[in-house]
Each structure stands twice: as structure tokens, then as C-alpha cells.
Design a binder for this molecule. Structure first.
Ligand code: PLP
Length: 393
């Protein structure tokens, strides 16, 4: 069996990688260790690069149609990994999960409509809603200060659905930045409240393949008939296999009353034709990447353990929230006593590290930062070693 290498440091500078080549634009300085935007510093599964290289050996890159094996790679993956039986006609390509969310917002809602999100949450949800002149209806997550655990405020969500009648909800399942996988019962309550209110639930499941500690991912569309009736589900091999530059996302909709007109609109606007690179990379990833993923997940778990040990030992005022999915760790830095700007300034100018500012996910992120741990462990610990001196009072 091949043993994949997650320990070697790969220099990504000069590849156009936002993570390291756009530091000046985002942080105002360049000499920083990038621990932010959510892609991984690991080499992708060689089967993916081999398949792309092999395709490039043919000198013509003309218009291409996705072969059956491309669609089967997605439906087969969902069946094997998530016990989801998705039919070909229920599935389409979209050039990004955020693009898919934006298409749904534009197609199903009108200017001024309310769209429910649960901050702190992946910031493009808010941007897409506001950028399209819809209104954000916020149902902030609950945080138990004694345990540090987050949960969905499901009672409040039911009330908002009934009284505020949002046209749509954008669900993050698992939830970025906390890394929470919602449980079946909570998802069922979301689905029935949404159905009663005539609300469409767009479920972003891009982190669903990266479940940690043996937990299963629970796809929203699978939890009940209500969920199947109200949902638009989105996913991709991009986070899973570190190929977000390939624009390889997909969407499925069970309910033909939603799907047929929506997919017709996507087709009419040429929004759903997979480009050549996406076809080749998706097919290779889903058909040949399973072993790579099964070695990646314990490596990420090891990095999370290393981060937890590091903070417990060296900087106990910072409390990492252990994610149930993915490679992003939500750091509670409130006990340090800094304002958000002081925290950011110290991280940037004293520790020389670039993390995501917690407040970009909503005001509930005040005092928090998001750390990306998907990088070689030794390099991660080296970057973190600058934090105690930079952050101690
Ligand atoms: C929850 C979530 N959705 C979507 C995306 C981005 O997806 P895409 O690049 O396919 O638009 C990310 C990337 O970090 C994410 O965390």
C-alpha cells in the first residue's frame, strides 16, 4: 500500500495561491506563515495529477462532454461514503459551492426576501445574500460557556421560520468555522419547520467528506421526507482532495417541483457544464482517492491533537474548539483580554502568522480566530511556537 507524505513542506509561493501570494493584499505584509484560507498545503493524491497529466498528453483541449464515468464517480461516492442514493437526473455540476448557493438565491428568492443563516458562519453566505439585495435573518449559534460547545438554537429557528417566513435558509452542514456536524434530530426539526414555512434549505456540505474521529456525516436531504422536499444540496471534491482551484462542485435536488424549473434555468444560462479539468480531476479523485483520504484524516486528527497539546502547555488562555469535521480550528482567545484589533496586530506583527479573523464570520466571532491546521505538523508547530511570546501580556 502507498504511504502518502503529508510531512514534506511544499513551497507554494509563485503559484498564485491566495494563501501565500496574496498576503500583502489581505494582511498588509508578506513575511507571514499562512494559517488561514481553507485549502491544504499537502500534495494532492497522485492519481489526480496523473490523470490530468495524461489528459494533457493529448495536444487538443477542445469542447468536452462529461462522460458517464464522471457522473458515476459522484453518485458512487455519495452511495459508498454517505449511503446516499442520488439519481443522475437529480444531479448537476456547478462551478463552485458558493456559485451554487448564489444561483439558488437568485432563482428562488427576490430582492428584499429574508434568508436565514447561523453566525458565526462562512462569510460568503452573508455576502451572497447582501450582494443580491436580500436580507440576512440571523439565528446565531448558542455557545455553552462552561464547556465551550456550540449548538443550533433550534427553538429560535422554529420561531423565526414561523414568524419571519424566510424564503430560504443557508445551512452549513458541517458548520464552518466551528466544524460541527448537525445531528439527525436537529436536522429533522430544521426540515419540518422549513417545510411548514415554505422555506427552501440550501445545504452546503462541502466539509462532509472530512469527518473526524469516526463520526458519520449526515446529509441534510437524507434525514426525512421534509428534508428531501425542501433541500438543495451542494458538495464537491475540492475540500476533500485539495483541488479547489479546479472548480469541481456539484448540486443535487430531490424534489422535482424545485429541481425541474431550477435546473432548466441553470441550463438556459449555461451555468452547469463541467469544464475539462473538473471532469478529469473529479473522476480521478472519487474513483481513486479513497486511500489517500483515509490517510489524510488521521493526519489531520494528529495535527488537532498537537494544537490542543500546544495551547494547553504553552498558552492556556487560548482554548481551541475541537472540530468534528475538517481542518479548521476555532480558537477562543478571549481570556487573553485583548481587543480584536490588538489580537490581530500581535498575531501579524509579533508572531508573523496569518489566521482568519473570527469577526469575518459574524460579530459572534469577536475574540476568536480560525486556524487552518492542514499543513505539515512540524511547520504548524514551528509557526505556533511564536504565539506565546507574542500574545502573553
Ligand atoms: C462552508 C464552505 N462552503 C463553500 C466553500 C467554498 O466552496 P467553493 O470554492 O466551491 O465555492 C468553503 C471554503 O472554505 C466553505 O468552507
Amino acid at each position: 500500500m502507498v504511504k502518502y507524505d503529508f510531512d514534506s513542506v511544499i513551497d507554494r509561493r509563485g503559484t498564485g495561491a491566495i494563501k501565500c501570494d496574496c498576503l500583502q493584499e489581505w494582511f498588509g505584509c508578506t513575511d507571514l506563515t499562512p494559517l488561514w484560507i481553507a485549502d491544504m498545503d499537502f500534495a494532492v493524491c497522485p492519481d489526480i495529477t496523473d490523470a490530468l497529466r495524461q489528459r494533457l498528453d493529448h495536444p487538443v483541449l477542445g469542447y468536452c462532454s462529461a462522460p458517464d464515468s464522471y457522473w458515476e464517480s459522484i453518485t458512487g461516492w455519495l452511495r459508498r461514503r454517505h449511503a446516499l442514493d442520488v439519481k443522475r437526473e437529480e444531479l448537476t455540476f456547478v462551478a463552485g459551492v458558493v456559485a451554487g448557493i448564489a444561483f439558488a438565491v437568485n432563482y428562488f428568492s427576490r430582492e428584499g426576501d429574508k434568508i436565514l443563516i447561523q453566525p458565526p458562519v462562512y462569510h460568503p453566505f452573508r455576502q451572497v445574500i447582501e450582494g443580491n439585495k436580500r436580507q440576512v435573518l440571523a439565528n446565531p449559534l448558542l455557545r455553552d460557556e462552561a464547556t465551550g460547545h456550540y449548538s443550533m438554537n433550534i427553538d429560535e429557528l422554529e420561531r423565526l421560520m414561523e414568524e419571519e417566513r424566510p424564503r430560504m435558509m443557508i445551512l452549513c452542514n458541517p458548520h464552518n468555522p466551528i466544524g460541527l456536524q448537525w445531528d439527525t434530530e436537529t436536522l429533522r426539526r430544521v426540515a419540518s419547520a422549513a417545510r411548514r414555512a415554505g422555506c427552501i434549505v440550501v445545504s452546503d456540505e462541502i466539509h462532509g467528506d472530512l469527518m473526524l474521529y469516526g463520526r458519520p456525516h449526515i446529509p441534510f436531504a437524507s434525514v426525512s421526507d421534509d428534508a428531501a422536499a425542501v433541500s438543495v444540496s451542494l458538495g464537491a471534491p475540492s475540500k476533500t482532495f485539495n483541488i479547489p482551484g479546479m472548480c469541481s462542485s456539484w448540486m443535487f435536488v430531490r424534489n422535482p417541483q424545485l429541481r425541474e424549473p431550477f435546473f432548466g434555468w441553470l441550463e438556459a444560462n449555461h451555468f452547469c457544464e463541467p469544464p475539462l479539468g473538473a471532469i478529469v480531476a473529479t473522476d480521478a479523485a472519487y474513483h481513486h482517492g479513497e486511500e489517500w483520504l483515509s490517510q489524510l484524516i488521521p493526519y489531520i486528527e494528529g495535527n488537532i491533537a498537537a494544537v490542543e497539546e500546544f495551547f494547553a502547555r504553552e498558552l492556556p488562555q487560548v482554548h481551541p474548539v475541537r472540530p468534528e469535521a475538517s481542518f479548521l480550528v476555532w480558537l477562543d482567545c478571549r481570556a487573553l483580554g485583548y481587543t480584536q484589533q490588538e489580537l490581530i496586530d500581535r498575531l501579524l506583527h509579533k508572531a508573523r502568522v496569518a489566521l482568519n479573523d473570527g469577526t469575518m464570520f459574524g460579530q459572534q466571532g469577536e475574540g476568536f480566530m480560525r486556524l487552518n491546521v492542514a499543513m505539515p505538523r512540524a511547520a504548524l508547530l514551528k509557526a505556533l511556537s511564536a504565539l506565546p511570546a507574542a500574545l502573553k501580556q
